[in-house]
Design a binder for this molecule. Structure first.
Ligand SMILES: NC(=O)c1ccc[n+]([C@@H]2O[C@H](COP(=O)([O-])OP(=O)(O)OC[C@H]3O[C@@H](n4cnc5c(N)ncnc54)[C@H](OP(=O)(O)O)[C@@H]3O)[C@@H](O)[C@H]2O)c1
Length: 255
């Protein structure tokens, strides 16, 4: 089982939502916590706040889509806090599709952040993990990655890619003693979902989501999913035939 205590943990997307809530959970245990996101001033404030609970929380502002900046940040973290033992690649975003203004640039941007951003971070930490024969990679994807949904073809494709990538990587890294988990949230109340104009079933408070993630990471679960009610609906929807899936989604969403 991966141990979270006394480890160097790098968490991306820590300036709001799930990442911020997880940073609060992680700061309660003895660990060296590096937090990243683009907004440096928000990270500084959060690190100062968390220092009341854990004095080794440091901000490392970073745009994860900047492939050159990512390894430089990872090196700085390792130099300051010791080799990175655990990467939690959480940074991501959702922008609803607008088919009337279809623009491939939107797809590139979503893929670059939600998929490549995680890959770049993994690229930066993996050599040291393999050399030390120890490490834990956690990627935050989404239940939406299971199957196509209306207004989410860019987001869903990026998350499906991430699930598949992490699933494959798990096989390849097992013999190097590097563990891989994928996190698939449903709807969690964060600034990302605050933008949604539809009713979100089983919407979960963010602190609860962070607690489920902590529990799942402690167990080193291959897949950490929540809320369980929505996750099981999505798991069932994943295996039903296309015509039935289409009818159910149209009935529910009106698309
Ligand atoms: N909330 C949900 O219901 C839900 C469901 C399924 C999956 N997820 C996934 O969970 C993760 C966190 O989502 P959230 O709901 O917590 O969203 P959020 O509140 O919008 O937080 C997103 C985080 O990612 C950071 N970020 C965005 N672009 C970045 C970039 N280019 N480089 C580095 N950091 C960047 C943001 O900080 P800056 O703006 O400061 O960079 C922020 O800290 C995402 O991967 C999301 O897809 C969320």
């Amino acid at each position: 089982m991966p141990q979270l205590e006394n480890r160097t943990i790098w968490l991306t997307g820590a300036s709001s939502g799930i990442g911020e809530a997880l940073a609060h959970q992680l700061a309660r245990i003895p660990c060296r916590l590096a937090i990243s996101a683009r907004r440096g001033e928000v990270l500084e404030k959060l690190a100062a706040e968390l220092s009341a609970e854990n004095n080794t929380v440091r901000p490392y502002p970073l745009d994860v889509t900047d492939r050159e900046a990512v390894p430089a940040t990872a090196e700085k973290i390792a130099a300051d806090l010791g080799p990175i033992d655990i990467l939690i690649a959480n940074a991501g975003t959702y922008k609803p599709d607008d088919p009337a203004r279809f623009d491939a640039a939107d797809y590139d941007g979503t893929m670059r952040l939600n998929f490549s951003g995680a890959v770049y971070c993994i690229e930066a930490v993996l050599p040291s993990m393999i050399e030390r024969r120890s490490g834990y990679i956690v990627g935050v994807s989404s239940l939406v990655g299971y199957r196509g949904l209306p207004r989410a073809s860019a987001y869903g494709a990026s998350k499906a890619a991430l699930i598949n990538f992490l699933e494959g990587l798990r096989f390849d890294l097992r013999r190097h003693n590097v563990r891989v988990s994928v996190v698939n949230p449903g709807f969690v109340k964060t600034p990302l979902t605050d933008k949604n104009d539809f009713q979100m079933p089983f919407l979960m408070p963010v602190d609860e989501a962070a607690k489920v993630m902590m529990k799942g990471m402690r167990r080193g679960k291959m897949e950490i999913y929540f809320p369980w009610q929505l996750a099981w609906i999505f798991k069932l929807m994943r295996v039903i035939p296309y015509p039935l899936y289409d009818r159910l989604v149209r009935g529910r969403t009106g698309h």
